[in-house]
Write a protein that binds this ligand. Structure first.
Ligand SMILES: NC(=O)c1ccc[n+]([C@@H]2O[C@H](COP(=O)([O-])OP(=O)(O)OC[C@H]3O[C@@H](n4cnc5c(N)ncnc54)[C@H](O)[C@@H]3O)[C@@H](O)[C@H]2O)c1
Length: 267
């Protein structure tokens, strides 16, 4: 409860707010006193969420593939709430069909690569560019949701991973260029996180492969990522900028193959 007012008076835009991590983050930021713009291409779900979360949030239709749509989102947020303190670039082009098509580079379809970079990376850049003049005024911050896959190699999702790695570097660039103007920029890198969309995209036997290599006894929940984003958005994180906070239950913290070693210990 002592965290309740940590974001009091602040205005946040969350992209992909209708999704698992975005919705959990919106709920937590609202609970901590922020007003939140719920931006998503799935406008019907954003509206439903706004209905559930009640006052101080506002659904806005957003297509991150469209520069005009992104500019309109920032303008609407500022004209509706009068200021902007937090930009959470959280949306990504995801879903079972995209995950299925996004494999290794040898088999990469150019359209899958372009989609990942257009929506995830270019979209986050444009949103950040449009938000920065307002964030300079408010001494605000940018939070980018990236992924553990941006930090380590894998046999899957080469396009997604590369687009998220590019966002990490953009995070550092913004932190460097705008730090002295009072703006912080950080990223949160979730490991596999149990959103409804994730459960649909990855069946239990795939999730088990990750679970076995995780140091907790369960995969992360959307609320685990929301906690990191809400902390980074608050003045409690005023000395943190240009960083990637990995929230993956320890998945990336150890030598690969630990599951096999743990099984040896069981014998
Ligand atoms: N869930 C995980 O395991 C996991 C792991 C690592 C990183 N992430 C990252 O977390 C973030 C949130 O993902 P999630 O797990 O909540 O997924 P999700 O699919 O539940 O949410 C993603 C949201 O983005 C929206 N979106 C997609 N394309 C868009 C576009 N063109 N314009 C605007 N909105 C668009 C979708 O409608 C959806 O509501 C993403 O950046 C994802 O890459 C998730």
């Amino acid at each position: 409860m002592e965290n309740r007012g940590l974001l009091a008076g602040k205005v946040a835009i969350i992209t992909g707010a209708a999704g698992g991590i975005g919705a959990a983050t919106a709920e937590l930021m609202l609970a901590r006193g922020a007003s939140v713009v719920l931006a998503d291409i799935a406008f019907d779900r954003a509206q439903q969420l706004a209905g559930r979360l009640g006052e101080n949030c506002w659904p806005v239709e957003l297509d991150l593939a469209s520069e005009e749509s992104i500019k309109a989102m920032v303008e609407k947020a500022v004209s509706h709430f009068g200021r902007l303190d937090i930009l959470h670039n959280n949306a990504a082009a995801l879903g079972p069909d995209i995950a299925e098509a996004d494999g290794d580079v040898e088999h990469m379809q150019t359209r899958i690569w372009d989609m990942a970079f257009t929506v995830n990376c270019r979209g986050s850049m444009i949103a950040t560019r449009e938000a920065l003049p307002h964030l300079v005024q408010s001494k605000g911050c940018v939070i980018n949701t990236v992924s553990n896959l941006a930090l380590q190699g894998h046999v899957i999702q080469a396009a997604y991973s590369a687009s998220k790695a590019a966002i990490i570097q953009m995070t550092r660039s913004v932190a460097a260029s705008h730090g002295r103007k009072g703006v912080r920029a950080n990223a949160v890198a979730p490991g596999m996180t149990m959103t409804p969309a994730l459960k649909e995209a990855f069946p239990p036997h795939i999730r088990k492969l990750v679970e076995d290599e995780t140091l907790r006894d369960q995969l992360g929940e959307p609320e685990d990522i929301a906690e990191v984003a809400a902390f980074l958005a608050s003045d409690a994180a005023r000395n943190i900028t240009g960083q990637v906070i990995v929230a993956d239950g320890g998945l990336a913290s150890h030598v690969p193959g630990i599951a096999g070693f743990m099984a040896l210990g069981d014998n």
